[in-house]
Structures are given as C-alpha cells and as structure tokens.
Design a protein around this ligand. Structure first.
Ligand SMILES: Nc1ncnc2c1ncn2[C@@H]1O[C@H](COP(=O)(O)OP(=O)(O)OP(=O)(O)O)[C@@H](O)[C@H]1O
Ligand SMILES: [Zn+2]
Length: 745
C-alpha cells in the first residue's frame, strides 16, 4: 500500500490503475489506494471486489475508480491478488461514497452496505450459489423406452420412465443411485448436469385478499396514478428531477398500495425496475403478499430474517435481472438492480427508515438520492406524511376511502380524574363491540405491567443501576426490567431503604391492560390478543399474531404501536388509544408529529369493512394538545400547516438540517469536556450549536449532547466530522466515545 502525496503530485501514465477502498475498520487511513491491474485483470470495473495486499495482510477491497495515471511511481504499485465474484453495480459504489460524506461515516462502512450477502470483510465469499446434480431423459432415452431397442434392466427402465414423465429432476429424486445414473448418461440415455438451485424464502401471507386481479381504481386513485405514470413514461431529460418526486398523501384505507402496484406495473412496462421499501418486513406481510400475488417471481424479497443462502439467491436474482421488483426494509434501497425506474417508500413517516448503527443513514434520503441518480421516479406514501416530505415533494391527495365510507368519528376522553385505566365510555364501547361480535384494537404505547414502582413510605423509586430510568414491572416474568439496556431483577417485596412492604405500582402497560380487558369483558368467545415486543420475540411471531386476530371471528387486539401499523382488517369497528399524550412528554421536536401520526394511524384501522361505521376513542390527560385535536378531526392539512409554521420559526427540519453529537464516557466531566471541545471547533456558515447538554445515563455511561442546526448541510456535516475526528485524538477524546448523527430521529 502506498499513500499518495496529494500535495506534490507527479503523475505517471501507466497501464490501468484501480483505485480501491480496502474494507478495514481503521478510520485514520484515507483511501482510495492505487493498485496496478496486470494481465488477467482487464475486466475489472468499478464495483469489482478484489483481494488486495494492504498494510501487510490480504484484505477485501472494492474498486471505486479506474484511472490511467497515478501519483505513485509504477514500480512501487502493488497488484491485486484475485477477483471475488460477484461484484457490486457501479451505481451502488457511487451511492456508498455519497453516504460516506452525507452521514459522517467511512468508505469501508458505507461500502459494507452494498456488498453481496455474506461478503463481509472475509477475503473469500461465505455463501455461494447452491448447485445440485440434475438428471433429464434425452431423446435417445425416450426412444429406448418406446421401442425397447436398448437393453434396460427393470431398475433402469423405472428411472427413465420417471424422468420421461416428470422432466428434469434432482438426481436424488430419480430413484437411481449415482453409479446407475452415470452408466445411463454414458450410453446417452440421460443427461446429468450441475444446475443452480434457488433457496426460496417463504412468507406468511396475511390477508392478501385481493388475489392477482387488479381492482377497478377509484377516481381519486386514477387521478393520483396519472402523473406518476406520465413521469415514468417521460423520456430522459423530459422532466426535472423535482417533477419526478411524489408524495402520495392518502387517508387511511384510501388504497395507496393499489396505486403503488399499478405504478410498479407501469415501470415494468417501460422496461425499468422497481424498489419498494416498507418500514419493517414483519409489520408489512400484507404489502409483501400483495406484490407477490400481483407480480409472482418477478418479486424478490430482501431482509435480515432470511437465511444467508436465501438472501444471497434473492440478491443474485436481482443482480442478474431475473427479478425486477425488490421489496424489503430500509436496506433494500441498496438492491443490486440495474436501471431502476421507480423507488417506492411506503409509510414514509415511520422512524424505522433511520438506521441506528454507523453509517446512520436515513433510507428515505438515500432513496431520493438513488432515484435522482438513476433518473427514476420517487413515490413516497403515507396517511400521515412528515412535514419534510410535504415541503419537498409533489403532493398527490386521496381524500376518500376506497369503500366510500367516511373516516370514523373520534372522541377525546379526559382522563384527568380517572381512577381506572379504562374510561367508562371505553368500557361501554367494548361491550357494544362484544355484543355485535366485531373486533376492537386498543393501543397502549408501553409494554409491561406498570411504568414504575415506588415505596409508599419513603418514596424510593426503583431505577436501573446502569441507566437513569425507572425499571418497568413485567408481572408474568416476575421481574422489573430496563427498557434501555435490558437489565432485569426480581420484583422487590420490601423497600431496601426503609423496610416497608407497601409498594405502589404506577401507570399501566400492555400487560396490565390485557388483564383489565379480560376482566372487563369476561367472555371467552371474545378473546384478547396481545401484541408487543414481549409476545413477539421469536421470528415470525408478529405475522402469526396478526394472522390469528385476522382469522378470529371477534375479539380485541391490544398492543404497542405495532397494532397501528398499516394493517387492513375489515371487521374492526372500534379503535382505542390509551394515554395518547405519552409521546408528547418527550423533549423532542418530533413529539407533535409522532403523536398526530399515532392517533391518526390507529384511527385508520377502524371502520374499514362493510360492517357499518367505526368509532375511535382517545384517552388523554392533554385534551387540548394541538396534535391530538387535529388527529381527532382528521385534519392532517391543518396539522401540517401548523407544524411547518412552527418549524420554520424554530428552524427545525425541513428549514434546517440537524446533526446530533453524543459524547459518552464513564466520567461525566470527560463527556462534557469532549462535547464542549467539539462545540468550539464546529464552524460552518449558517450553523448554530446548541449545548452541550447532559443526557440521561445509559448502560453505565454518562452522556453529553450537542445539536447543530445547519442551513448549509454539506459544510456543516464536514465541519462536524472534522471536529469529532480532532477531538477523538485528544487525551480527553480517547476516554470518550463520540458519535455524530445526521438527521437524528
Ligand atoms: N379501487 C379499489 N377498489 C376496491 N378495493 C380496493 C381498491 N383499491 C384498494 N382496495 C382495497 O382496499 C383496501 C385498503 O387499501 P390499502 O390497504 O392499500 O389502503 P392504504 O391507503 O394503504 O391504507 P393505510 O394507509 O391505512 O395503510 C385493501 O383491501 C385493498 O385491496
Ligand atoms: Zn438500564
């Protein structure tokens, strides 16, 4: 490896040079590095994976540029050792390089996002295509069966008959052994061949009711689809990039998925390929199933719950163009499709689009970038879009549900004097649903039994020893646990400070509400299903629970936010939100947006079927909160206008970009000093630095935070990245871990 002296470049014209980013974790080394492409490597392109000698060992590297000259004397250039197949498309290399700069990351980390499944840092691929030996009868073999001209043993006849009837079969399914098959192959009676076998992922199909035939669109769906299709059919350069970015803002139940499906069909007709992002694969079984029902094997699904072999095969199908639609969560934005013509972002308001590890990318922003680079149409959709998207994208409205029903009326229930977690009106309404044999959904945005425990005599509160937060009681596990670090201990019986045995439980989570509902309803024919992180820890559990609720003739689904996510159950007539202001109590500029979307999304689950109108109840202490009032009126335009006005005054996104820097260390003074040092170094036009401010202790680490508000995003990101790097190298910086998060959620 040779570091180029960029200050005094003496350029040498030489045979092809590959600029390669080695996939190492070292932050200090700044690539790319030049390597000489000798004989046998003429076919190397941008995106080719190569094993290269680097810092005394062999590492995997990605070609990011080809060049005809170099600043390194040619005799000092090393040569790559070997090519590792498959490589990645050049456009994904460009996307990864953009992410490096956009999200304060490193080239190796960003390139790690676009590699084929299984090709981590190892210099040898860990997964490959699976091959099986396949036997197929030849014409001679068929003739031998028919005229008996060839001598065949009964066993040989049986094998040939099987193959003649079934067509090509894996050798193990022919009934013959290996030697026997070989002998028949040698006589030309059958053909033996290694063929690729696809590992096919299986998906739970929840409620894919609409089969493969598209329904007739409503007038509003047609009006929304028209400009999208026009943009897909417009030639290159006919439209500006801004005219290719759409926001489908349709009320819950307005048939947005159908618009996506038909837009995808239009893209395929135009010869282009499609990426469909969903917030979380486990929460989107209906969307996945609808795409598969409509497009069959043209759809590949990519997500982390697949086995590595399945993921590899799906990735290869996309890479080779055998599959032309990729459906998946945020990482599917890196699908290796060529010629992408349409990128869909479903439920674009969902925080799951933000990746919380380095690189801390926002898949919505990456989707916009990828669409821009590919000349593709971007189609984001939601019933409760983010103010950012309303501000930036061409908005297409759908105001009515496909079934022509109005959105259900929403009542706000004042809980300020309540003694019981369920308001009397809520109890009554549940009774009505039970008598009518329908379904209800109850949202409690917190799992566990109660939020915290305190001692009635001395006031002690049980906190996590590692984090500054209260421990939550989980009765069935007989434990109190921390929802931040997972710390868990036995439920206390006495107070260790004063010895009192009188302990108070405060608040109600899903576990307690489940119990309250069972007691209040008291009817085995009206079951209560609970859906939260505790009941769905195992793979496939969410889809299973949703499937059970869907299949039940009647009942209640109680759970955390999961219950409000885009599900389409036709017989839900009541939706209830408990403690609706809980999300407002977070000190976060998105608190209003989150609260509005939670209430509006839950409201959207009710009254979608032919069973008459739905009803929605919102229990809250903050009956006047603008986000709750607006959601109760289904007034998303009013809410968005108010929210955009507020953000403009306060300079929050979309009127500025936010960058958050968190410094954490065992010692609070170190964390604060590091944050302070970063604050002093950040210097970019139009950027203001807020903080340092203390954050609550997490996993035993004291934390200090800065928030940078920037009007010139790129300059601010660069300045923050440089400041963080500089502070990390100081004595105090070595005792602190620093992370920079662009577009924090
Ligand atoms: N034109 C149509 N005619 C009849 N049924 C339709 C039509 N379009 C969509 N549907 C059906 O209406 C139901 C609701 O559609 P869909 O789930 O796409 O709504 P949505 O807008 O995505 O709602 P949400 O925002 O709540 O997720 C689905 O069962 C879908 O198959
Ligand atoms: Zn903890």
């Amino acid at each position: 490896m040779i570091q180029v002296d960029r200050a005094r470049p003496t350029l040498h014209a030489v045979p092809p040079i590959a600029r390669i980013e080695p996939l190492t974790t070292a932050r200090a080394l700044r690539g790319p590095f030049d390597y000489l492409l000798g004989p046998g490597l003429e076919h190397v392109q941008v995106g080719t994976l190569l094993v290269v000698p680097f810092a005394g060992r062999d590492v995997l590297g990605v070609v990011v540029e080809l060049a005809g000259e170099t600043g390194v004397p040619p005799e000092k250039l090393a040569a790559p050792r070997s090519v590792v197949e498959p490589g990645v498309p050049a456009e994904l290399v460009a996307l990864a390089r953009w992410i490096t700069d956009e999200y304060c990351s490193t080239p190796a980390r960003a390139l790690g996002l676009v590699l084929p499944p299984g090709a981590g840092r190892a210099t040898r691929p860990r997964v490959r295509t699976r091959r099986v030996l396949v036997a197929e009868a030849t014409d001679a073999g068929r003739a031998a069966l028919a005229d008996g001209g060839q001598r065949l043993t009964p066993k040989q006849r049986e094998v040939l008959e099987t193959l003649a009837a079934a067509g090509p079969l894996p050798a193990t399914q022919t009934g013959g052994d290996h030697g026997g098959l070989r002998r028949l192959a040698d006589r030309g009676l059958l053909q033996l061949e290694q063929r690729e076998q696809r590992r096919r992922p299986v998906h739970a199909a929840v409620g894919a009711r609409n089969g493969a035939a598209p329904p007739r669109l409503t007038a509003e769906q047609i009006a929304a689809l028209e400009p999208i299709v026009a943009a897909l059919e417009a030639g290159d350069g006919a439209l500006s990039p801004a005219d290719r970015r759409f926001l489908l803002h349709g009320v819950t139940g307005s048939g947005k998925t159908e618009v996506y499906l038909q837009a995808a069909a239009a893209a395929l007709r135009a010869g282009r390929n499609v990426i469909v992002l969903v917030p979380e694969i486990a929460l989107a079984p209906q969307t996945v199933a609808r795409f598969q029902a409509r497009f069959g094997d043209t759809v590949a699904v990519l997500h982390s719950q697949l086995g590595q072999g399945e993921r590899y095969d799906e990735w290869m199908r996309l890479r080779r163009g055998e599959a032309r639609i990729c459906v998946g969560p945020r990482s599917a934005v890196f699908a290796p499709l060529a010629d992408v013509g349409l990128v869909i972002v479903d439920e674009e308001h969902e925080p799951a689009y933000k990746h919380e590890g380095d690189p801390r990318y926002d898949a919505r922003r990456v989707a916009a970038r990828r669409a821009h680079d590919a000349g593709a149409v971007l189609l984001s959709g939601s019933a409760t879009p983010r103010p950012e998207s309303v501000h930036a994208l061409r908005r297409l409205r759908i105001l009515r549900r496909v079934d022509g029903r109005p959105l259900p009326p929403v009542e706000i229930l004042d809980m300020r004097d309540a003694r019981h977690p369920l308001h009397p009106v809520t109890r009554e309404a549940l009774g009505d649903v039970r008598r009518a044999g329908r379904k209800a959904i109850v949202l409690v945005n917190r799992r566990g039994w109660s939020n915290f425990l305190s001692c009635r005599s001395c006031g002690r509160v049980w906190n996590c020893p590692e984090c500054d937060v209260a421990l939550v009681l989980h009765r069935s596990q007989r434990a109190v646990s921390c929802h931040h670090c997972g710390h868990s201990e036995r439920v206390p019986r006495t107070c260790p400070d004063c010895g009192s045995v009188s302990l108070a439980r405060h608040g109600a989570g899903t576990e307690r509400i489940e119990q309250e509902l069972i007691e209040a309803i008291g009817d085995p024919a009206f079951p209560v299903f609970r859906l939260d992180a505790d009941t769905t820890a195992t793979k496939g559990a969410i889809a299973k629970a949703l499937g059970q609720f869907d299949a039940a003739p009647a009942g209640v689904l109680v759970g955390t936010q999961i219950v409000a996510k885009g599900h389409d159950f036709p017989d839900v007539t009541l939706g209830v939100v408990l403690d609706a202001d809980q999300t407002l109590r977070f000190p976060d500029f998105r608190a209003e947006e989150r609260t509005f979307s939670l209430v509006a999304q839950l409201a959207g689950r009710a009254g979608r079927g032919q069973h008459g109108d739905g009803r929605v109840l919102v229990q809250t202490l903050a009956t006047d909160a603008p986000s709750i009032v607006a959601a109760a009126r289904h007034d998303s335009d009013g809410f968005l206008a108010g929210e955009l006005g507020r953000r403009e005054i306060l300079r929050y996104p979309p009127f500025a970009s936010l960058i958050r820097v968190v410094c954490s260390a065992p010692d609070a003074a170190d964390a604060h000093a590091a944050a302070d040092a970063v604050a002093r170094l950040v210097d970019a036009p139009g950027a203001t630095v807020l903080g340092p401010a203390p954050l609550f202790r997490l996993r035993g680490k004291e934390r200090s935070q800065l928030v940078i508000k920037a009007t010139q995003r790129r300059a601010a990101v660069q300045s923050v990245a440089a400041a963080v790097d500089a502070v990390a190298r100081t004595p105090v910086g070595r005792r602190v871990s620093l992370s920079a998060d662009v577009d924090p959620q």
